[in-house]
Each structure stands twice: as structure tokens, then as C-alpha cells.
Ligand binder design. Sequence first.
Ligand code: PLP
Length: 386
Amino acid sequence: MAETPSIYLDHAATTPVDPRVVAAMMPYWTEVYGNPSSIHRYGQAAAAALEAARRDVAEVLACTPNEIVFTSCGSESDNLALRGVALAARAAGRGNHLIVSPVEHHAVSHTAAQLRDSFGFDVTWLPVDEYGRVNPDDVGRAIRDDTVLISVMLANNEIGTIQPVAEIGAIARRKGIPFHTDAVQGGGMLDLNVDRLKVDLLALSAHKFYGPKGVGVLYVRKDTPLLPMLTGGGHERGRRAGTQNVPYIVGLATALRLAQAEKETANTRLQALRDRLIAGVLETIPQARLTGHPSERLPNHASFAIRGVQGQDLLVHLDLAGIAASSGSACNTGNPEPSEVLLALGLPREWALGSLRLTVGRQTTDEDVAYTLDVLPRIVARLRAL
Ligand code: PLP
């Protein structure tokens, strides 16, 4: 019997750490281990590494190093952006109203819901089209005198759709309202220039671009009022207390620099693999459709709704065949309800329950795609026959 292959098609959930990133991190465990806030030479060496990482990240985002806040993950960055801006605005008496897209990751949507339910903020959930895209005109229409923050993600984790962030940013800027984008899924593949994107806050997470898990970034444009959520020392210019995790931050900066420098070549390769997956699934599986935008989507992201099967069953059978995939957001695994994102697209429940996400990455080969396209239609047929 042929050996079961091991094919990882879940790069939207997380990525392996690039060996070059591991190498860059190594000295900061045992050699350069000082506390970056300490005055002595041990502290200075750690602070130098921290500030070099901050400059590297700032260069990618085309901002100043002072505008970079290191955090413990993408979720923390999103939490800090929403709660930090909303509560600072509340404290200054500027207003109570937030505008959020209905296809956000829970790090944003649950934070907005908590601000509504426990802190009395009013939240407008924007409409989206069948591809999960926000119409910038709807953002303009939703803005009120008491609006204090707009949050629309750069690219969606479940359906890959890229949002018209720069157009939304232009509207927010004209009205003087802070604009946050969750760029976690786009970190290694999309342009992150904060002036071109016209954003005031932008969240990243290293483990989505071949860096370590448990470290993130929040870009905060100069003069954006933000109440810190972690109070204590004056770390991160008073915006996030806690001794910085220097090895992880060095890893994040190295991974971001490498991914951004290599993204043109990498994206072309990923897109070819992605397009073969999409075409193959749509050709060989009856009653399967692409979810998310056909062209404005992440280069590595193929996502489908397959009628008459359960996403969870598909994942188990794919795993038995050696293929690691996902159904909607990884955080939703084990939850047989269709995700809010898929429902927001207007997908009927019987389609939305059969959601499948295949996300390719640096190690994915043509053979991996061919094998997946061979195995998947048979698994779907078998599940439908049950
Ligand atoms: N935002 C998006 C769009 C994501 O896909 C994720 C992770 O899946 C997060 C935020 C949370 O990032 P982290 O896992 O670093 O907390």
C-alpha cells in the first residue's frame, strides 16, 4: 500500500517558521538576554536589537519606528486598536459609535460586540456583497457625528477577499475618523504601506508569515489617541506595558522583511497553485462554488462551499488522506454551525455548512495540488453517498 502523504494546505491558520528566522532569533535566548529597559550593557544590547527590529518593521510599513507597538499576537493588536481607541474617545467625550465590517475575525468582531454589550458603544455592522466586500460608499453613509473608529480588515481569513482599504481610508480621513485594518492575513503577501492604505491602525501577526507564534504588531499613526490596555511600565512609549519578548520580536521583524522582499516571486508561484486548485475543484466537483472574490483575493487562498457535505467531515477525511485543510476560520474548528462570515455573504445554510479552505504556501508543490485534486472529489462523492 502506498504511504499516506503529508500535505499542509492550511497556511492561513499558521505557517512553519522560516529557518533563517530561527537563526536570527537564536542569539537572543542565551547570549543577548538583557532586559531592554535596563541601563547596563546587557540591557543596551537587547534594546539595540529591539529598536533595529522596530526600524525594520517601520520600513516595511513606511512609517516611523515610534508608531510601531509590539504585542503578543494579532488578537492583542486588534483588541488594543478597538478598545484602546474607543475608550480613549469615550474618555475625551468624543463619541460612542463604531463602524465594523461583518466579516471580521473574532479578534475584531467579539471586541466590538463587547464594547457594545458591556461598555454601551453603538456598533454599525456594514453590509457586504456576495464576495464579502465592503462598498466604501456604505462606510461614508454609516459615518455619524459621534463615530470614533472604523475597522475593516485588509484580507479575510475564511474567504480570502481583499477589501478596498485605501478607498475606505480616504473617506475616513476626510471625516477625521481613525481607521483600523486587521492586516494579519495579508502580512506576508500584500502591500503594507500605511500611507497608501490610508490607515491609522494596522494589526499584524508573525506566525502568518513564517515567523513565530505569539508576537504581533500594532501600527498606531502619530497623534491617534489610544488608551493602553496593559498598564504598568512605560514600555512601547506607554502604549503597551510589559518587558518586550526580544527573540520573538527579532523573529517577527526578520520574517516580515524576508516575506515582503520575496513577495513578488512568491505570490506568482502561490497564485498559480491556487488557481489550479480553484479550477480543479470547480471542474470536478458538482455543486461546488468558490467563496470570496474571484480576483480580489489572497494569492494563496482557495475557499469553497460544497453543497451536501459537512465541512468537519471533509476535514477528517482529508486528514486521513494526508491533507491538512480547514473549514472557515481555524478558531471555529469543532463548531458545526456555519460561520458568520459565510452567512454574511448570503450563502444558504446547506452550502455554508460545506465550507472548505485550502491555503497554499512556500512548501506546496504541483504534486501536492494534483494529489489533492485527485482525492477530494472522491471524498466528496463518498460523503454525499452516505
Ligand atoms: N485576524 C485575522 C484575520 C486572523 O486570521 C487571525 C488568526 O487567525 C487573527 C487576527 C489573530 O491572530 P493571532 O493568532 O496572532 O492572535
